[in-house]
Design a binder for this molecule. Sequence first.
Ligand code: FAD
Length: 444
Amino acid sequence: MNKIKLALALSFTLITILWFFTNTLLYIPFDSNLFTKSLAQYTGIIAFSAMTFSMLLATRPLWIEKRLGGLDKIYRLHKWLGILAFSFSILHWLVSKLPQWWSQLDRLIILDAISGATEELDPSAFEEFLESLESTALHVGEYAFYLTVLFLIMALLKKIPYRFFAKTHIAMAIIYLALVFHSFALMYIDYWTQPIGIIMAILMIVGTVSSFIVLLGQVGKKQKSEGKIQSINTYPDMNMFELTVKSDKWKGHKEGQFAFLKFEKKESQHPFTISSAWDKKTKNISFTIKALGDYTTNLANKLKIGDSVVIEGAYGNFTFNNNTESQIWIAGGVGITPFLARMERLAQQDSKQKIDFFYSAMKLDSNFKTKLEQVSAEANINLHLFDTSKSALISGEHIRNTILNWKSASVWFCGPSKMGKSIKKDLKGNGLHSKFHQELFEMR
Ligand SMILES: Cc1cc2nc3c(=O)[nH]c(=O)nc-3n(C[C@H](O)[C@H](O)[C@H](O)COP(=O)(O)OP(=O)(O)OC[C@H]3O[C@@H](n4cnc5c(N)ncnc54)[C@H](O)[C@@H]3O)c2cc1C
């Protein structure tokens, strides 16, 4: 089980155990009313916890990033937490609605059933306060649920342009605040003095702070620095260009890491891997950018030497960090960027590691090819080039037939996810015992 799955499984198992210390779903003899009330609480707590973790990850916390293996993995986890929250919200909504539909009970009875109010006891001031919020909290929760469904569908539908998704997704922070209010008002009052209540209070505080960080545009603020464009080098045959930026405040990066670049105030920031090794003396950082969509298509023409760029980073854990005797690198298209940075560093070092680099591109620009052959020779790397307009794609089988000790080499892949999946499946299926590291060039 990888770190991400383990972290998820442990967190939700812990919350479930803490919830079972305080409440139960096992009513003997079975009592449908109590069961429904408890299930509404449990599903609500899991959905809220998943949303809180997701909200926390949206703030790009560096301390979690390092532990979970990079920001791209964090965003994948953010997405899966969103899906988990979504699934449990549907259950929570159904459990809350079903009794209403079944028995056609009047609204007040349903409010009672969901809140679990204990009428026979004299309510404390806190209970009275929570009861006064009940009706509003139910309405807020219901509308927040409908909006969550809408925004999560928008996040998952890749046909919705990223730019539109990114701008509207911020609304989730407001929806989250509405759900804090809903959960605060409708969670069983007895929980507040139990471990589950304490955990929920902590989650509410963490999630609320995270929402404000997002809403006030403070995400990654400490990692931001300004730079000026020094040079723009185009590779027209590959629809790519290399951009070099000088930033005096940049704190440095490891080869393989990436940064968010913001060229214009109105445009959202875009992630790009840093394709040069860090050089303290020049403070220059390079990016190799391919025209892959709306914004990147015209970017090379829009930019000029001397333009300002806001750089946020460095993020990521695809940093070639292991001591295996040999490494196998595989890249497709613009997935070459982390390897460019690493080759630059290795050319300055005397590394004993044996490295074979398999690189495929649709059409290799001649200047780019010359640069690649030169830098790989300086870094003492065996380069295997695949111009896919002339030859076949890189396959796991080809790698196995070419590299003698491939089973013990660590593998580093960056490129189209389908290509990565098929090579990983082949190598793992045939006995690769080292790790297959894969950089994901996608954030949703
Ligand atoms: C960790 C990482 C490293 C990357 N490194 C490189 C690199 O070195 N060189 C390179 O050319 N490309 C790289 N990319 C891809 C690059 O970020 C996208 O190609 C670019 O943002 C596309 O923008 P667009 O508006 O032109 O495309 P669109 O047509 O709007 O989007 C194409 C796809 O790009 C992604 N995308 C678009 N906008 C954003 C954004 N603001 N934030 C995050 N993802 C976005 C989405 O998945 C979207 O589906 C990297 C992506 C990631 C996640």
